[in-house]
Ligand binder design. Structure first.
Ligand SMILES: Cc1cc2nc3c(=O)[nH]c(=O)nc-3n(C[C@H](O)[C@H](O)[C@H](O)COP(=O)(O)OP(=O)(O)OC[C@H]3O[C@@H](n4cnc5c(N)ncnc54)[C@H](O)[C@@H]3O)c2cc1C
Length: 432
């Protein structure tokens, strides 16, 4: 299927060129094609491709997939009711909050999910170019006139009207356009692997707030177990049947970098949860990656380009989830494109839209995440906290960024106030 697409000549022009076909880029391409734009979706990889991730979908991501038209895709996928939190000899099962978002999440391997969103974009009319990398731009009057694309047959320019930059955490194209990642606020380092399990149909995501290394030392991080259900032969190579995604993550700042060898910690963690989760094999496909978080980048837009998803550091600083924000920013970017006739320069408007949607929550969350990088902060807060069911419900709601501007209860108002205060005293507010 993909080889047919790959043999097509590289298009010479695109009204909208989307660089990167992860959830952000493919969602943007699908929305833009639906809105009638002539769209080219470009990715350096050939699909299906893997992406280091926990594969967890929060209710916020489920809502956005539904909005995109992929709601039924999740029908035969795991339906996750909430989080099963562990730590300091206690545990709590906390349901996702009911309200604005659906009351359930899910978990799907990125080999499958990203290909499904990409196929949706193609079905809606986006022209896909795989195995070709955006390597350079030609500017004219401050705008991108051409994006230079490199593939097996050499380099070719694609002339463009607009570019959506969705090239992920390192954002090489974003960097070429002036994007800068600031590591003085919290960022993440995390690793994941897949394991076979007899409990992959569990409707709870496991989360260990007390993470210990092989020597028993407390580490400034957390562990997760996300049940993927029955995985068909294919997407995960030799692994099929009941599969879990297990992972460990840590928060860091430039002042307090996380010096952890993630592989032995993850292997130890998988052994630690082995009996509880009926794990029947050793971790495989173990990979790790960095996570820019909380809008800690500047240079998110120019006159005819916008950065979305990880490229714009749209990752929740409290739990490392970013699929939902990638999908959302893909949609929001296209809404701005549709407004282009009124204001053909995206520079300030795209940054304002990101600030409006995520600024307060990201500012408060990354400040709290920064506190959690201080040794002893996690046990001091976690030991008493995990014993309180109501406190843990609140934590899940805040950590999942499941508070909406319409929520008027005390917790929502307090969180927004914290965000406003935090933004006011931010040395560098999100996306600036
Ligand atoms: C260990 C780990 C665990 C995580 N767990 C979760 C989780 O459980 N739930 C969750 O919601 N989020 C999680 N995240 C975050 C999530 O993976 C990202 O937020 C999400 O993938 C962002 O999507 P994106 O579309 O912005 O970028 P990506 O998914 O990274 O896609 C970027 C695409 O751009 C392509 N590309 C890059 N450069 C170029 C170029 N120059 N030219 C052409 N193509 C290019 C790449 O090949 C890639 O396909 C996790 C992250 C990590 C590291």
């Amino acid at each position: 299927m993909s080889s047919d697409i790959d043999r097509r000549p590289i298009p010479e022009h695109a009204e909208v060129l989307v660089v990167g076909a992860g959830p952000g880029g493919s969602a943007a391409a699908a929305h833009a094609a639906t809105a009638g734009h002539d769209v080219v979706l470009l990715d350096a990889a050939t699909f299906p491709r893997d992406k280091t991730c926990g594969d967890g979908l929060t209710p916020r991501a489920v809502a956005e997939l539904d909005h995109l038209g992929l709601g039924t895709y999740l029908d035969d996928r795991p339906r996750i009711d909430g989080l099963h939190l562990h730590g300091w000899g206690a545990q709590q099962r906390v349901r996702w909050p009911s309200g604005h978002f659906p009351g359930h999440g899910s978990a799907v391997s990125r080999m499958e999910l990203d290909d499904a969103i990409r196929e949706l974009a193609v079905a809606r009319g986006a022209r896909m170019v795989q195995g070709h990398k955006a390597v350079d731009v030609t500017m004219s009057g401050g705008r991108i006139a051409e994006v230079v694309v490199e593939g097996p047959d050499g380099r070719r320019p694609i002339t463009v009207r607009d570019v959506i930059v969705a090239d992920g955490v390192r954002s090489g194209l974003g960097k070429a356009l002036g994007r800068e990642w600031h590591r003085d606020t919290a960022y993440g380092v995390a690793a994941r692997a897949y394991v076979p399990s007899g409990r992959a149909d569990d409707p709870w995501m496991g989360s260990h707030l007390e993470l210990r290394g092989p020597d028993g030392a407390l580490l400034p991080g957390y562990g997760w177990v996300f049940p993927l259900g029955d995985v068909a032969p294919g997407p995960l190579g030799e692994l099929s049947g009941g599969v879990l995604n297990v992972g460990v993550g840590a928060l860091a700042t430039s002042k307090r970098p996380a010096h952890m060898a993630l592989r032995p910690i993850l292997e130890h963690y998988a052994r630690m949860v082995g009996d509880e989760w009926a794990i029947t094999g050793t971790p495989f496909r173990l990979t790790s990656a960095l996570l820019p978080m909380g809008g800690a980048v500047s240079g998110v837009a120019g006159p005819n380009w916008m950065l979305i998803g990880d490229a714009a550091a749209c990752v929740n600083p409290l739990n490392g989830e970013g699929i939902d924000y990638a999908l959302e920013t893909g949609r929001l970017a296209v809404e701005l494109l549709d407004d282009t006739r009124r204001s053909p320069d995206h520079t300030g408007r795209w940054r304002d839209i990101l600030v409006e949607h995520y600024g307060l929550a990201f500012s408060a969350a990354r400040r709290l995440a920064g506190v959690l990088t201080v040794p002893q902060a996690v046990p001091t807060l976690g030991r008493p906290g995990i014993r309180s069911a109501s406190l843990m419900s609140l934590v899940v709601r805040v950590m999942g960024n499941l508070i909406t501007p319409d929520d008027a209860d005390l917790v929502a108002r307090a969180w927004r106030t914290a965000g406003r205060v935090s933004s006011r005293v931010d040395h560098r507010p999100p996306f600036q």
